[in-house]
Write a protein that binds this ligand. Structure first.
Ligand code: SAM
Length: 324
């Protein structure tokens, strides 16, 4: 087990990988209560756990903002094929959902540590409802932690190794000139800041028509933030990146400094109130008794979505939070 020490913060690779089980368990809790639709996440969860209403609502908001921005990207008018690259994908099932909805991108690539991709490959191989979606030519290797099919690829890569990211482009035949949506959902914040900068810079220099979507924590310096950090540190998964980008402005700067043309960051409170569809909010707010309003506000102020945009072909004028 690798241990990193940053100003007293402890991070173990195994504990960071385990955050994926947590995310999948919470997403399943949301599915079971009717917050979100995901016909596959239950295949990735061993023990179902019912989360508190505030956690369900938080995961719903996380799922809804990613989904809404992803659909904006997929609906962007262009004759070109589209690609999605998911960094630290964990047990995310978006590809299978997009297939069911008839809107998969031309190529969907997922990366994670081998310990995680091996488990994901094994589950995809085991369940016909996943395996058969990849077509008869798909090759699946639990040992290598790899899945390869014509439209979906899963690879074991430590994303801190930028040389490996370059190799990945060749292996997967991602075409850096095509419109690409890059997802980093609760991933980069676990990395040391230099790695995060080099990943953001690598992506900016490779993909000229792209969106880089980031969902992660902010505001470490108030009482709630300090407690949030302590909780994660006690589990061995310190937020190594949070002090380098503690605010919305610094998340936007991360992208601009690394070569992205535009960048926007909003906290999840604003996103919930102003971006997530009001009919959807009304629907999910009726699902469970909820009286933790003060806690909800604080929690949502400590998570954000930031995105960087490279738009050399002028495709993304209508992309983003304020463009509805
Ligand atoms: N993105 C998924 C989601 O939101 O459901 C999983 C999020 S989970 C909190 C973080 C994931 O990032 C884990 O699966 C972990 O293994 C992966 N991860 C963290 N550091 C990584 C690295 N250096 N290289 C590859 N994957 C990494």
């Amino acid at each position: 087990m690798e241990r990193g020490h940053r100003g007293g913060a402890h991070s173990s690779t195994a504990a960071v990988q385990a955050t994926n089980d947590d995310a999948a368990t919470s997403k399943l809790s949301c599915v079971n209560k009717g917050y979100i639709k995901d016909d596959y996440v239950h295949l990735f969860v061993r023990k179902q756990i019912r989360r508190a209403p505030i956690i369900n609502r938080g995961y719903y908001a996380r799922w809804a903002v990613l989904r809404k921005l992803l659909l904006q990207f997929l609906n962007t008018q262009t004759d070109e094929r589209k690609q999605i690259l998911c960094l630290g994908a964990g047990f995310d099932t978006t590809y299978f959902q997009l297939l069911d909805e008839g809107i998969p991108p031309h190529l969907y690539v997922e990366l994670d540590f081998k310990e995680v991709t091996s488990k994901k490959a094994a589950i995809i191989e085991h369940y016909s409802q996943l395996r058969e979606k990849l077509g008869p030519d798909a090759s699946i290797s639990r040992e290598k932690g790899e899945v390869a099919s014509s439209n979906y690829m899963l690879l074991p890569i430590d994303i801190r190794d930028v040389q490996k990211l370059d190799d990945m482009i060749k292996i997967t035949q991602l075409d850096p000139s095509l419109p690409t949506f890059i997802i980093a959902e609760c991933v980069l914040i676990y990395l040391d800041p230099a790695s995060t900068r080099s990943i953001a810079g690598w992506a900016a220099s490779k993909f000229s028509t792209a969106i880089f979507f980031l969902y992660e924590q902010i505001n470490p310096d108030d009482a709630f933030g300090e407690q949030m950090i302590k909780n994660l540190e006690s589990r061995g998964c310190a937020l190594l990146g949070i002090n380098a980008t503690p605010t919305l402005v610094s998340k936007e700067r991360l992208f601009i400094d690394q070569g992205w043309q535009r960048s926007v960051a909003w906290d999840m409170l604003r996103i919930y109130d102003e971006f997530i569809d009001i009919e959807e909010r009304r629907r999910i707010e009726r699902l469970e008794l909820f009286d933790e309003f003060e806690e909800w506000h604080m929690m949502q102020e400590h998570y954000c979505v930031a995105y960087g945009i490279n738009d050399h072909k002028g495709l993304f004028d209508n992309f983003g939070f304020s463009k509805d």
